[in-house]
Ligand binder design. Structure first.
Ligand SMILES: [Zn+2]
Ligand SMILES: [Zn+2]
Length: 90
């Protein structure tokens, strides 16, 4: 009979152990109007977002607490933390 060796697959990595990797944050909502980013047309929204800080969290749609300092902005979602950016000249 054939006895296959079954000892230690040391190269095997369990996907459950990958919890340390930060989750991919998908852009679900438009940061400007808060509607679904996949529906409708957000071209104008994107233009506005070049000159103004975002209003909504793109992940959960919560209203962001925005602080501005010159052209830099910091938008804080209660759930997803801070995002920062720099506004362009119009
Ligand atoms: Zn929009
Ligand atoms: Zn959020």
């Amino acid at each position: 009979m054939t006895d296959l060796p079954t000892a230690g697959d040391s190269g095997w990595s369990d996907p459950d152990t990958l919890g340390a990797i930060p989750p991919v944050v998908a852009m679900t909502y438009c940061a400007r109007c808060g509607n679904s980013a996949n529906k409708g047309n957000h071209v104008l929204c994107r233009q506005r977002l070049a000159a103004e800080p975002p209003v909504h969290c793109t992940t959960c749609r919560r209203t962001l607490a925005v602080e501005r300092s010159g052209r830099e902005w910091t938008a804080t979602c209660k759930k997803h933390g801070q995002t920062t950016g720099i506004l362009q000249d119009a």
